[in-house]
Design a protein around this ligand. Structure first.
Ligand SMILES: [Zn+2]
Ligand SMILES: [Zn+2]
Ligand SMILES: [Zn+2]
Ligand SMILES: [Zn+2]
Length: 109
């Protein structure tokens, strides 16, 4: 059986064509149309924010300095991505995949 490999839409690494998840960046359906990880809205190629929920889709990895698609970890170096709650009395670190702070409930953007 031929095993052609295709680049993941999110991290660019070569993966099997029938992959349901990218083994490198863990995004779902890595060869289909890109979708917002928050609301699953389909995205244009090269979209910077989701056209439905408006969330910022790319963030800068503090570890390797490269842009990574919104997710729990960097698609380049695999380091977990955390953002800090903008509430000065909270400042809880958390994954960037929620709309509200997991602790104080304040919107994250
Ligand atoms: Zn990937
Ligand atoms: Zn969205
Ligand atoms: Zn990184
Ligand atoms: Zn908070």
């Amino acid at each position: 059986m031929a095993s052609y490999k295709h680049p993941c839409k999110y991290c660019g690494k070569l993966i099997a064509r029938d992959s349901n998840f990218c083994p490198f960046c863990t995004q779902e359906n890595p060869l289909g149309p890109m979708r917002c990880p928050i609301c699953r809205y389909p995205l244009e190629d090269g979209a910077k924010i989701c056209g439905h929920c408006g969330i910022l889709l790319w963030s800068m990895c503090k570890s390797c300095g490269k842009e990574t698609f919104l997710g729990d970890k960097c698609s380049n170096c695999g380091v977990p991505i955390v953002i800090v709650c903008p509430n000065p009395r909270c400042r809880t670190e958390q994954p960037p995949t929620g709309k509200k702070c997991i602790k104080c409930g304040k919107p994250l953007r």
